[in-house]
Design a protein around this ligand. Structure first.
Ligand SMILES: Cc1cc2nc3c(=O)[nH]c(=O)nc-3n(C[C@H](O)[C@H](O)[C@H](O)COP(=O)(O)OP(=O)(O)OC[C@H]3O[C@@H](n4cnc5c(N)ncnc54)[C@H](O)[C@@H]3O)c2cc1C
Length: 375
């Protein structure tokens, strides 16, 4: 049995950030991930400048041989009506490919890693967690995304009792000919809201890559919604008409609807495993990273890993993201007050789509970078 101080399950943005933030802490850390990296992750792949700053990423370095698409404008509309374009006059976001981004974050972690190793067993023996009968640690951190085994162990885990967002997406490298036939521009991602405001679709061009997807609060006829949207985008020439046919699906939790516990004796959940994605946009990378930074600070200061010593993490999450609503039904992405007959009119307003939809819901520009005083 190999002993560690902390075992992190999942090497995505949450897990990699936690290990990176604990560098120099003299803690013996192991990251376990069931996949080898680089690996695909279903995601549109846009990140805000705050994420880049929080992770101290040098964009000149990152951009060497990787896709890094600066975003300055947004094209926003409601399906079935013309879209608006808003120019923010500066770079307000970036497009990355998760295939590259996640590997970059994991590669700079110096902790021990076991990749291509799924967690099969996770048992509590006295003061330690024992994983796959091979590794043990007094603290296990669940960073394994929506289906994280730690979330299953310390809570009710994933299941039909949870209100998830369901999404389907494809990302592929365009041929030069497809790129010519694609009207969508790299610096201008497109957001198309469903008429019932229960979700939205996106067309996101990142360098030579094109990412198209649709997410909704209910997965009823998700494929039909996507099919109609794609057909519409093809016929208007916004995307090439010879796309790959295989869209990948994924479901995950939004913060306001999630009910998972954040910690237990010797256990913490961070990122999607805790259900932290922003409720209005579904953006999950920033909450994943911020929860990892908060967890790192709490772990550094905790006298032991009892639930009461880790309680500060739960408080920090609530202070940062708000107290979770107990109402787990209905409503997704947009506040209820927008779901009115006014919605169509609002979506035709430059002011509303820019100030509320983009800057507030999607870019969270009103939320400053996480500072040390936040935890
Ligand atoms: C279609 C779609 C589009 C999205 N677009 C965006 C976007 O544009 N911007 C944004 O910010 N967010 C977006 N999100 C959300 C974002 O992808 C997630 O919030 C984010 O990936 C969470 O990071 P994480 O590290 O918590 O989990 P993940 O990135 O899911 O990483 C979890 C890791 O755990 C590993 N793992 C899982 N189970 C096990 C196991 N049993 N044993 C070992 N390892 C395990 C997995 O292999 C994986 O590497 C999108 C989500 C979807 C579904």
């Amino acid at each position: 049995m190999e002993h560690y101080d902390i075992i992190i399950i999942g090497g995505g943005p949450a897990g990699a950030t936690l290990a990176w933030a604990l560098r120099g802490s003299h803690k013996r850390i192991l990251i376990l991930d069931k996949q080898h990296f680089p690996r695909d992750k279903t995601c549109a792949g846009w990140v805000t400048p705050t994420v880049i700053d929080s992770l101290e990423i040098d964009l000149d370095d990152y951009g060497l041989g990787r896709t890094l698409q600066p975003i300055q404008r947004f094209r926003i509309g409601m399906m079935g009506q013309p879209a608006l374009e808003n120019d923010h006059s500066e770079i307000v976001s970036y497009g990355i490919r998760r295939f590259e981004f996640d590997e970059y974050l994991l590669n700079r972690v110096t902790a021990d890693k076991q990749l291509g190793v799924p967690v099969k067993t996770l048992e509590r023996h006295s003061q330690n967690w024992v994983i796959n009968d091979t590794w043990e640690a007094p603290l296990v951190v669940g960073a394994g995304g929506h289906f994280c085994p730690v979330a299953t162990k310390i809570g009710a885990g994933p299941g039909s009792h949870e209100t998830v967002v369901a999404a389907k997406e494809v990302e592929f490298e365009m041929t030069p000919d497809q790129a010519l036939r694609c009207a969508a521009r790299g610096d201008t991602p497109e957001l198309w809201f469903c008429p019932d405001l229960k979700g939205y679709a996106w067309v996101f061009r990142k360098g030579h890559y094109l990412n198209i997807g649709l997410g909704r609060e209910d997965n009823h006829k998700l494929g039909d919604h996507l099919h109609r949207f794609v057909a519409d985008m093809k016929s208007s020439g916004r995307i090439p008409d010879d796309l790959p046919t295989r869209f990948k699906g994924h479901a995950y939790l939004l913060y306001a609807r999630a009910q998972r516990p954040l910690m237990d004796d010797g256990a913490l959940l961070i990122g999607d495993s805790a259900g932290l994605a922003y409720t209005q946009s579904g953006e999950g990378i920033r909450p994943a990273i911020e929860s990892a930074l908060m967890a790192a600070e709490v772990v550094r200061r905790a006298p032991d890993y009892s639930a009461s010593s880790l309680q500060r993490y739960g408080e920090a999450v609530a202070e940062r993201f708000g107290t979770r609503s107990l109402n787990t039904t209905g409503g997704w992405r947009v506040p209820d007050w927008v779901r009115t007959p006014m919605a169509r009119t609002l979506m035709r307003s430059h002011w509303f789509t820019r100030k509320v939809v983009t800057e507030k819901w999607f870019l969270h520009q009103h939320v400053p970078q996480l500072g040390a005083e936040s935890y």
